[in-house]
Design a protein around this ligand. Structure first.
Ligand code: FE2
Ligand code: FE2
Length: 239
């Protein structure tokens, strides 16, 4: 990073005209991507899981989780709309093309995929664009709850039937490598722009490494194996 990092605190869309268009464009990319992906995730994984949930307690908790994911979409979509940006025609990430088939898989998704969102929010919480900072702060505790819910589902499945372990391990093996892609390319120009404008703190690579560390800690501490690192990330994820 050569240029000095932008450190203003920008209060809202009305102040964006005072800064180069690149700043608004960078914020736009982040908020539109979140608006689209929170909606896609809620529709693909969370809403169908309410039906799959096996007990009243889990139906209630998954309903709350689903309501929150739809709400995250609304909060990011409002940020986009306040900036005059359209999000409806943007495509979600391919990680959401994942055909979730059962309850164990939903538990695995919440336990390890939502950690990626927590890592992303960790950076956005100190964003120079204050409306984005506020949404990141407001959604952070929800994502914590989602990860906890996933772990609760995994724990319950293991207690109920030891053969569930193999099913869960298979789900982690599928999900973890896919989620590494969530952070984007390690030589991303977008990411450099986000860091230069103080919208994010870390590189995609650093966030991916942190993700890997956290997932490994969780999986190993619960007796699962860490899925192998895909070839393309072998250099940057040192074990
Ligand atoms: Fe979310
Ligand atoms: Fe979530």
């Amino acid at each position: 990073m050569t240029a000095e990092r932008f450190a203003d605190e920008v209060r809202g869309p009305e102040d964006l005209a005072r800064y180069p268009p690149e700043y608004k464009k960078a914020i736009g990319k982040i908020v539109v991507s979140h608006a689209v992906n929170e909606l896609k995730g809620a529709l693909t994984f969370d809403e169908p899981a309410i039906r799959m949930a096996p007990t009243p307690k889990f139906k209630w908790l998954v309903s709350r989780n689903t309501m929150e994911e739809f709400n995250h979409h609304i909060l990011f979509a409002r940020l986009a709309e306040a900036m005059g940006l359209e999000w409806k025609d943007k495509k979600p990430l391919t990680i959401f093309d994942y055909p979730m088939v059962d309850w164990a898989e939903f538990g695995a998704i919440k336990a390890v995929v939502d950690i990626a969102e927590l890592i992303e929010l960790d950076d956005l919480i100190s964003s120079t664009y204050l409306p984005l900072r506020k949404v990141a702060k407001d959604t952070y505790p929800d994502e914590k709850f989602h990860v906890g819910l996933g772990r609760d589902i995994v724990r319950t499945l293991l207690v109920e039937d030891a053969t569930n372990r193999a099913r869960l391990q298979a789900a982690f093996n599928e999900l973890v490598p896919r989620t590494l892609d969530f952070f984007g390319s390690s030589s991303s120009e977008n990411n450099e722009t986000f860091v230069r404008w103080g919208l994010k703190k870390r590189s995609n690579e650093a966030m991916r490494q942190e993700y890997f560390r956290e997932v490994r800690e969780y999986l190993l501490s619960t007796g699962f194996a860490m899925p192998p690192v895909p070839e393309k990330y072998r250099k940057e994820i040192a074990l």
